[in-house]
Design a protein around this ligand. Structure first.
Ligand code: DGY
Length: 323
């Protein structure tokens, strides 16, 4: 029997590429160069399954490829805002993602950013590396205490809950959140998490705000100039969700004038390019979209895509079917 033809759009961890080769007729992207829109369309015309990731814009135009051979997009990643889901569905494509396996590592990275911004970790390292350190002194590089403070979560899905657990049980933080679909009451009790009626209420009450809502049209610039101005004096913003949930230009102004004390960012509008205004600021920690970037997690993400593909080609409903 002919094996399904599968195209992987970027390099994946070696063991999962090897497993894909055993199971399918695979074309890998050994150069790891992001594909152009034409190349993505060519994938849709020549493979039964395309395995994209966040750097591949499967918008309505790309998805209009003719003749369409692909039947499934097995996304490597939990977020799928780079795929026009309605257009994919209209073309009869199944779309899957990789939830669960990256939850803990992404929450760890959100905590890392929280600690780095509060305790001026990035700034301190630059200071040492630049040879500016003249020695310990009582007034040197004072940051903000984390333990016992209030963490406000915008979105209370898997990653937010994992972060709440670490913050609550590791740093004795009080947890506030807002989410249109809140978790069950018992789970909230275990986390000691208090629901708030609005994004604004969380912004007004928390010392640290961490964003955990999906990238989408509805959430585009959810954190805009007006909402940034509602944050408590001395409060910090952490973003490991998607860059365009925050109006980046407005955030740069807020950081510059210190209406927001600091920010820890793993995602950016238009990444990998970023607004050069960020580079002029000391009170922002900038990471290159590393949320799920551990060897263990990236392996597990690849395995999860394979599990979804195997189910699909066996005529079953993949575990992580989005549409
Ligand atoms: C995810 O899984 O959504 C990560 O942000 C990488 O896309």
């Amino acid at each position: 029997m002919n094996r399904p033809k599968v195209i992987v759009t970027r390099r994946w961890p070696q063991p999962v590429e090897a497993r894909l080769k055993e199971l399918f007729d695979v074309r890998l992207n050994t150069d790891d160069k992001p594909m152009t829109m034409d190349e993505l369309q060519e994938c849709l015309r020549t493979a039964d399954a395309v395995l994209p990731t966040v750097t591949d814009p499967f918008n309505a135009e790309v998805l209009s490829a003719e003749p369409l051979r692909a039947k499934i997009l097995g996304n490597f990643g939990v977020g799928y805002n780079h795929i026009d889901i309605q257009a994919a569905e209209a073309r009869g494509l199944t779309v899957t993602n990789t939830p669960d396996v990256l939850t803990e590592c992404t929450a760890d990275l959100a905590m890392l950013l929280l600690l780095m911004t509060a305790r001026r970790g990035g700034e301190g390292e630059r200071h040492v590396r630049n040879g500016q350190w003249t020695g310990w002194r009582p007034t040197h590089m004072l940051g903000t205490k984390v333990t016992g403070k209030t963490l406000g979560l915008i979105g209370m899905g898997r990653i937010a809950r994992a972060m709440a657990k670490k913050a609550r049980h590791g740093f004795d933080m009080k947890i506030l959140f807002t989410d249109p679909c809140p978790p069950p009451a018992e789970l909230l009790r275990n986390l000691g998490a208090e629901p708030c009626g609005s994004v604004e209420e969380v912004l007004q009450r928390a010392d640290f705000i961490s964003l955990h809502c999906p990238g989408s049209q509805e959430n585009y610039h959810l954190i805009n100039r007006e909402r940034l101005a509602m944050m408590k004096p001395g409060a910090f913003l952490i973003n490991t969700a998607r860059g365009d949930v925050v109006d980046n230009q407005a955030l740069i102004a807020a950081l510059k004038y210190r209406t927001v004390a600091g920010a820890g960012l793993d995602v950016f509008e238009g990444e990998p390019r970023l607004n050069p205004g960020f580079l002029e600021l000391e009170n922002v920690v900038l990471l290159p979209h590393l949320g799920s970037a551990t060897a263990e997690t990236r392996l597990a993400m690849g395995e999860r895509v394979i599990e979804n593909l195997k189910a699909f080609f066996a005529g079953q409903t993949p575990r992580d079917k989005v549409v």
